[in-house]
Design a binder for this molecule. Structure first.
Ligand SMILES: [Zn+2]
Length: 164
């Protein structure tokens, strides 16, 4: 059996930290956290802000932790892997409970990635070739457990269509 650690799953999340769909703190509609160049893993992070197209709420993040500021960075990293955005700590838009676990994603791209990955595991079980596109990608075990895959895929598809 492979060892699927949470750590590698979190590391992999960086690539999806672009436009994070979150619940607007003002109107509970779908707002977006723009994360500048964060996913490029630069020393300096560009403007990070949350904008809600529905009600006009917007807020810019002050004091963005710099890469060399280890303590602040650590605080930021810690909340990766939780269903909140890493900057404003707003709940992510795409989340649903699944057998006591929380199925969640930062955005549609992230949902597609999860669906691809879980789908690949499903095809593997059905005897078709299995290729993981992203080598470092390891999902939580409950997500890829044979008994859950089909239901997880359905839940992901449902989340994709969440509009309110
Ligand atoms: Zn709003």
């Amino acid at each position: 059996m492979e060892n699927r650690t949470k750590h590698t799953y979190h590391t992999n999340l960086y690539q999806f930290v672009k436009n994070i769909a979150v619940v607007c703190p003002n109107c509970e509609g779908k707002a977006v956290v723009h994360t500048g160049n964060f996913h490029e893993l630069k020393m300096e992070i560009d403007l990070v802000k949350v904008v809600c197209p529905a009600c006009g709420y917007n807020k810019t993040l002050e004091n963005i932790p710099k890469r060399e500021d280890k303590n602040q960075r650590r605080g930021l990293i810690k909340i990766f892997g939780a269903p909140i955005d890493p900057f404003f700590h707003l709940p992510v838009w795409y989340q649903a409970e699944f057998s006591g676990e929380i199925l969640w994603a930062y955005n549609q791209e992230h949902l597609n990635f999860l669906a691809d990955h879980v789908g690949a595991k499903l095809r593997e079980r059905n005897g078709l070739p299995f290729r993981v596109k992203s080598i470092g990608a390891r999902l939580p075990r409950w997500m890829t457990a044979a008994d859950n895959r089909e239901a997880v895929l359905k839940a992901i598809e449902k989340l994709k269509e969440k509009t309110h």
